[in-house]
Ligand binder design. Structure first.
Ligand SMILES: [Zn+2]
Ligand SMILES: [Zn+2]
Length: 374
């Protein structure tokens, strides 16, 4: 790590500024493609569900209203969480973690890895960090020229270090990290509920259409098709024009069922996995490589109990757990560890605050002193 310390300046490629700007915009546009795909699917599903199923297919007004109200509640929560995950303000790492010019000079001119390591140790001695690299050194990012706060990692797509980095998600064109992890969880949860709801309410109509198709085919086409003679009625049937109901919406309803089933399977497994990570207080990166402490690697190094882990992400107030507003604890740099949590159990509330400092207070309760409630 320290031996590769270098200035973050990247040499400019050999093409003109105009091409560079063009490339940059192309790359920016390209990164929005997965989000555009999701937005198109949501828009189409709105048409298929609201127009084709609820308005054109469902006969009962009461049923129409119930479906439409529930659908819109789920849609609003889903889109709101999605929006917040995409556009969450990912705050930069504070200045105090950045290596000043003088320290960087010293690092670059240091003769050995050991002296680089000592320079970093000295610089970081007052910073609230407990994690180390595999070799026991201070974690340092040579591209951002900073000491990495605990759980922070460098994202090569965002080209910066982000706090409590989970992973870079192309589907939200953003890093999933401390600042939007709660939104990401709610996005997965509401998207899953949305798909399950669409799937469950489309299912009876999907079965009915399938039966209609089979009956119609049996009554009009089986014998003709066997003889190899394709009449207009058979061609129409294959194109979806069968039975008495309007034919245009049929494929939309059938397709809505299959698409929501497909998304429900993938969202369900991803959401389940992230629930497991939340109750164990791990990020995706930490699940693959356990964080390293002074005493060695510990995959449960930040786990302070399932419910407290949950509250670290979702906050203290149950009223806001399911709402995509930021309520996560702390500042993204300081995290309670099990040992400190045990030691502080005996302290008074105010002493515990002093121990962790104002930064570790719940975001939504900065004015109170209820660390005990975590
Ligand atoms: Zn970095
Ligand atoms: Zn990123």
């Amino acid at each position: 790590m320290a031996s590769s310390v270098q200035n973050s300046r990247i040499s400019s490629p050999g093409y003109c500024a105009c091409c560079r700007t063009c490339n940059m915009w192309c790359w920016k546009g390209f990164k929005w493609l997965p989000v555009s795909f999701i937005v198109s699917i949501i828009t189409w599903s709105y048409y298929a569900y609201v127009i084709q199923l609820c308005i054109f297919t469902i006969q009962s007004t009461v049923q129409q209203w119930i479906y439409l109200v529930l659908y819109h509640i789920l849609l609003i929560m889903f889109v709101w969480s999605y929006w917040k995950t995409i556009f969450a303000e990912i705050e930069p790492i504070p200045e105090k973690y950045k290596l000043p010019e003088a320290e960087l000079e010293k690092m670059l001119s240091a003769e050995s890895e050991d002296s680089q390591r000592t320079i970093l140790e000295n610089f970081a001695k007052d910073l609230p960090i407990v994690t180390r690299t595999m070799s026991g050194s201070i974690r340092y990012c040579n591209r951002c020229v900073l000491v990495k706060p605990d759980r922070a990692h460098h994202c090569s797509i965002c080209a910066r270090c982000v706090l409590k980095m989970d992973h870079h998600c192309p589907w939200v064109n953003n890093c999933v990290c401390f600042h939007n992890y709660k939104f990401f969880m709610l996005f997965l949860g509401y998207a899953l509920l949305y798909c399950l709801f669409v799937m469950a309410t489309c299912l009876p109509y999907f079965i009915r259409l399938w039966k209609m198709y089979e009956e119609y085919k049996h009554a009009h086409c089986d014998l003709i098709l066997e003889s190899g003679a394709y009449t207009k009625i058979c061609v129409d049937m294959i194109n979806g024009d069968f039975g008495t109901a309007t034919s245009s919406g049929r494929y939309h309803i059938i397709f809505a069922f299959f698409v929501s089933l497909m998304f429900a399977i993938s969202l369900g497994s991803l959401f389940g996995y992230h629930c497991y990570l939340v109750v164990n207080n791990r990020t995706t990166l930490e699940a693959f490589r356990a964080p390293m402490f002074r005493g060695g690697a510990d995959k449960n190094g930040f786990s302070i109990g399932a419910f407290k882990n949950f509250k670290e992400v979702f906050g203290n107030s149950p009223n806001l757990w399911l709402v995509p507003v930021f309520t996560s604890f702390g500042d993204g740099m300081v995290y309670p560890t099990p040992r400190e949590e045990e030691e502080s159990e005996s302290l008074l509330s105010s002493e515990r605050w002093d121990r962790w400092g104002d930064r570790a207070r719940p975001f939504d309760e900065r004015e109170s002193s209820s660390f005990d409630e975590l």
